[in-house]
Design a protein around this ligand. Structure first.
Ligand code: NOJ
Ligand code: CA
Length: 650
């Protein structure tokens, strides 16, 4: 439905379908504002909207409303893989068609979608006379919050990209930019996350307190100091505010996916994957990425690992360090990395034939070290090389604090970085290749449209174990980073007391991660002999746990303290439960009333009463019993511990 109007002042409430969430749009003296309420309690105070445009008047001050279009939408969306098979896409939409009352008389549309658990909006700028290609100097979007709101932040514009520990702060402390999703707790009792959806051809949004003490978007700049160069028509990513009454409820918010398009082509060939890798042996110093006496990626090791994958019942094998470019200081020398030239001791064709004969999917590896010019020159041939050798998965990497694009140092999360990552996703889709991107651009739900983007890293993962990960880190992730989608955390490292990399977790906790940290490409990250010789009983859970779920039900948790979740397998009637706790031990009472009727065999892997991540990390109790939907489970999580449970329908 639409109406023609001609208003310089205008107020409109947009209610969510249930009426609980309200977004108020206000046009006042030609300026644009929005505010957000839940049950009439304020969440976002009146906040400015608009842009600064290079070489042009700001696009923010002289608007009138010429037309209003409203729409109701109700849809159940099916996702190809992930944490939930069906997500809700039900919202009330209002599009405000705006025009400037003064020269240059530009037009712009603001589109709001109000969901029962979220508010989303985006700017749409159509092509218009003398306004076809523009350079955005700044996006002025505010999220004006009570300054005493609690925030869980990681810093933006830092050398390790998203790989930082979460810190608790208030809005008042956010003088330096922080990444999204930014998770918040308001003084009037709401849990929020500010994020974005469908990030294409634009800098990633970070957030920062401005001089007026308003939290404001700070779009990652390009090296020329601007935010983005765009051709019109252009639409920004959706600005997304997730709203919940509890921290645990926040983790069920799937609006980010609802705001992305369905796939535009057939992705029936995409399959999620569990894999082992020629990988952790490098981290613990047994092997090296570079060729030499202890080179990891040799033909012989690859075949041994393929044999091990077959014995372990794991479908994939990652091989890092197989190509030319790892010699010397690889972080500095990566400008010449070659993505189609194997080292002398690695016969790529032989290995790929061997993998195929044994029905093992190889996960190829491209470490770009951020040298994008070098990588893009080889992209097409490098992906072809893998495709013709039956490699359908690639892990990419962008180590290094900046990218080198067109000879200039750019942020990974700038418009040019975003466009590079997108190029790899689209080319990979064309070649029927799935990606697991390390040092990625954050997730904004584009894997709904591009399901071959199976996973990302994009947070501090287990490569930081051995000192830089505290037990609380993985208790922050479900409420923060994982709101942006799955993560390759490289779970399942069971050699906990290794002298080079000692982990700050218990044994049960390592397998809990396969449930608490979702990933469409899930790595069983330890070396095969650890699984086969030392922990075959614990490994059974790693083999059993699926990589795609029909339904996810978070059961209990608090940010940074603990998280307990149940997930139903997509391909069977089985359920998987996982729990993790911080340094604090915890007892959890789980009501199994979410189960369908019938009897389930519970296979429980829990910390023993005397387990402790520091003194007794291997303390584990594995037991089995029969349970049904009227039963309860009482579980103990030791300091730095957790549990994993398979509920096998009998
Ligand atoms: C960082 C990635 O996160 C890690 O998984 C990889 O092994 C190294 N870069 C080398 O590519
Ligand atoms: Ca990394």
């Amino acid at each position: 439905m639409f109406r023609w109007l001609n208003k310089n002042e205008y107020d409109k409430d947009i209610l969510s379908p249930s009426g609980h969430i309200k977004c108020h749009f206000r046009l006042k003296s030609g300026q644009l504002f929005y505010s957000v309420y839940k049950d009439d309690k304020i969440i976002i105070k009146p906040s400015r909207l608009g842009f600064l445009i290079c070489g042009e008047e700001p696009l923010k001050d002289n608007f009138k409303l010429v037309r209003l279009q409203t729409k109701k939408h109700k849809e159940a969306v099916e996702l190809m893989w992930g944490e939930d098979q069906v997500i809700d896409n039900t919202y009330n939409e209002v599009a405000f068609y705006l025009a400037e009352t003064k020269s240059p008389n530009r037009i712009m549309t603001l589109r709001f979608r109000i969901f029962d658990n979220s508010v989303a909006f985006r700017y749409e700028i159509p092509p218009q006379p003398k306004f076809r290609r523009i350079t955005i100097k700044d996006e002025l979007t505010e999220f004006n919050l009570d300054l005493n709101t609690t925030a869980w932040k990681i810093p933006a514009y830092q050398p390790d990209r998203y790989e930082y520990n979460y810190e608790k702060a208030t809005i008042y402390d956010l003088r330096h930019s922080v990444h999204t999703p930014l998770t918040l707790y308001t003084p009037n009792g709401f849990y929020l996350a500010i994020h974005e959806a469908a990030l294409y051809n634009y800098g990633s949004m970070t957030l920062k307190l401005d001089d007026n003490h308003h939290l404001k978007s700070d779009i990652t700049p390009l090296s020329d100091g601007t935010k983005a160069h765009v051709d019109l028509p252009f639409q920004t990513p959706w600005r997304l505010i997730m709203i919940a009454d509890s921290a645990i409820e926040l983790t069920t918010n799937r609006t980010m996916y609802a705001l992305n398009d369905p796939p535009h082509r057939d992705f029936g060939w995409v399959e999620t994957l569990k894999f082992i890798g020629i990988w952790w042996a490098m981290y613990v110093g047994e092997w090296t990425w570079a060729p030499g006496e202890r080179h990891g990626a040799t033909t012989e090791h690859a075949k041994e690992y393929i044999d091990a994958a077959v014995r372990l019942g794991i479908a994939g094998l990652l091989i890092e360090g197989w190509n030319e470019g790892w010699e010397g200081n690889w972080l500095e020398n990566g400008i010449n990395n070659k993505f189609t030239v194997a080292t002398d001791d690695f016969d790529f064709e032989e290995v790929s034939h061997y993998a195929r004969r044994h029905n093992i999917e190889l996960v190829g590896h491209h470490e770009t070290v951020g040298f994008i010019d070098n990588y893009e020159r080889q992209l097409e041939v490098a992906y072809n090389y893998y495709a013709i050798n039956n490699v359908h998965y690639i892990k990419t990497g962008y180590a290094g604090s900046m990218m080198l694009i067109n000879g200039r140092r750019e942020y990974h999360h700038s418009q040019l970085g975003v466009n590079h990552y997108q190029k790899t996703v689209e080319l990979a889709a064309k070649k029927h290749i799935c990606l697991d991107i390390h040092e990625p651009i954050k997730g904004t739900g584009i894997e709904r449209t591009w399901p071959n983007l199976l996973s990302r890293e994009g947070a501090r993962g287990q490569e930081y174990e051995g000192g830089a990960l505290s037990p609380s880190h993985a208790c922050f992730l479900p409420y923060t980073r994982l709101l942006a989608g799955g993560m390759d955390y490289t779970s399942g490292i069971l050699d906990l007391t290794n002298s080079v990399k000692r982990l700050a977790t218990t044994l049960a906790r390592q397998i809990a991660y396969f449930v608490t940290i979702y990933s469409g490409m899930q790595m069983a990250a330890d070396r095969p002999f650890i699984y086969e010789e030392r922990f075959p009983e614990v490994f059974k859970f790693i083999r059993d746990v699926p990589t795609s779920f029909a339904k996810t039900i978070p059961l209990a948790g608090e940010i940074g303290e603990y998280y307990v979740v149940a997930r139903k397998d997509r391909n069977s009637a089985d359920w998987y439960l996982g729990g993790v706790t911080s340094e604090e031990p915890r007892r959890i009472h789980i009501n199994l009333d979410f189960l369908d009727s019938g009897v389930y065999q519970a296979e429980i892997y829990a910390d023993s009463e005397n387990a402790h991540y520091r003194d007794n990390p291997f303390g584990i109790k594995i037991e089995q019993k029969h349970v049904g939907c009227n039963d309860f489970l009482d579980l103990y999580m030791a300091p730095g511990g957790g549990f994993a449970i398979r509920l096998k329908r009998l």
